[in-house]
Design a protein around this ligand. Structure first.
Ligand SMILES: *[C@@H]1O[C@H](CO)[C@@H](O)[C@H](O)[C@H]1NC(C)=O
Length: 341
């Protein structure tokens, strides 16, 4: 009797707890391309990073200095896990510059990305942070460039980032590049807008915003594999990227057909590429925010999808309504709850 109560207690405990120990956090942090030996640092921009040499970047598109005709900049990143009382926190610090040479011709500059948040906080499918019922609800949350300005209180998010990114930052990629809210400034899908123009990116699916901040709105394998010797053309010069950027995005993960960390969201939840550990591509099971309870112990994470919002649409968990966002021509066919949770 006591034995089975203990067992039941153990099972319930296991089911209710996400993987958010200090060692879980340290394991996650190893996926990031860090350049500091111990963190957190007081100012990531003031640290020495890894040189990236890019002959293709000139003038205001060089975020470093030009040495014998080549732009040389530094990728700087520090990811630190620590305990505050019983809570494990993660500090993510980056100067926003990758290890590859993006194809940009506008202002491209170093930007301070720096926040601390509870690591992979426990959340429940039965108490969503966001409940969507109507078309109006889903548009105001997901089709909203400022929709990820506020982070759920339970994440204890504190930002030390440059003020220009605070309203639009959704997370940080493993290569130190900002992941911004999916929408353009008119709160439309930048790649399949229901109305208005389509935005241009390069083959790594990045571009710069006015202030020079390089960012992703869609998953890109470049975050995992690209180096300064990777040839990066404009997306429009690559046939599949030009004709079907969402398919191109998924194809860029062809060497990562397993559960693959691609970043961390501002709410402390992990962002994975488009595949589960089984090798299955995530095409269902996610909520309005693109988040999913993907295992049996209550871990909630965001996944790269072929449909809008591609990485994160809001900070979940959310629910599985029948309405879909109307600012995109590429919405998911439905929101469905993952079966094995
Ligand atoms: C967009 O999101 C912000 C932040 O949550 C909110 O204050 C604003 O009302 C939303 N905009 C619309 C049009 O719903």
């Amino acid at each position: 009797m006591i034995g089975s109560l203990l067992l039941l207690n153990l099972i319930c405990h296991v089911h209710a707890t996400a993987s958010n120990s200090l060692s879980d956090c340290i394991k996650l942090a190893k996926n990031f391309k860090t350049t500091c030996s111990s963190g957190p640092v007081s100012n990531i921009i003031a640290t020495t990073g890894t040189d990236v040499t890019c002959p293709s970047l000139t003038g205001m598109s060089c975020p470093g200095s030009t040495t014998s005709g080549s732009c040389v900049f530094q990728h700087k990143m520090c990811v630190t896990c620590f305990k505050s009382g019983s809570v494990v926190k993660i500090r993510v610090q980056s100067n926003g510059l990758p290890l590859y040479c993006p194809h940009v011709s506008s202002l491209f500059s170093e930007t301070n990305l720096d926040f601390v948040v509870n690591f992979n906080p426990d959340v429940s499918i039965n108490s969503p942070n966001i409940k969507i019922t109507t078309q109006r609800d889903i548009n105001s949350v997901v089709c909203n460039v400022s929709g990820e300005m506020r982070v759920p209180k339970a994440s204890n998010y504190v930002s030390y980032s440059s003020p220009m990114v605070i309203n639009v930052l959704a997370g940080v990629s493993v290569d130190g590049v900002a992941i911004l809210n999916v929408n353009n400034r008119d709160s439309q899908d930048p790649f399949y807008p229901a109305k208005g123009p389509t935005e241009h990116v390069d083959q790594c699916l990045v571009h710069c915003q006015e202030g020079g901040l390089l960012h992703y709105h869609m998953g890109s394998g470049c975050a995992k594999y690209a180096t300064s010797s990777t040839k990066v053309l404009p997306c429009a010069s690559v046939p599949l990227c030009k004709s079907s950027i969402a398919t191109y995005s998924i194809n860029s993960f062809s060497n990562y057909k397993t559960l693959t960390v691609i970043g961390i969201a501002k709410d402390g939840h992990i962002i994975y590429g488009p595949y589960l550990s089984s090798g299955r591509q995530v095409k269902s099971g996610f909520d309005v925010c693109n988040g999913m309870f993907y295992d049996s112990i209550g871990n909630y994470a965001y996944f790269v999808t072929q449909t809008y919002p591609y990485i994160t649409g809001c900070f979940g968990p959310s629910n599985y309504p029948s309405v879909r966002p109307s600012c995109t021509k590429n919405p998911p066919s439905a929101y469905t709850k993952q079966k094995n949770t």
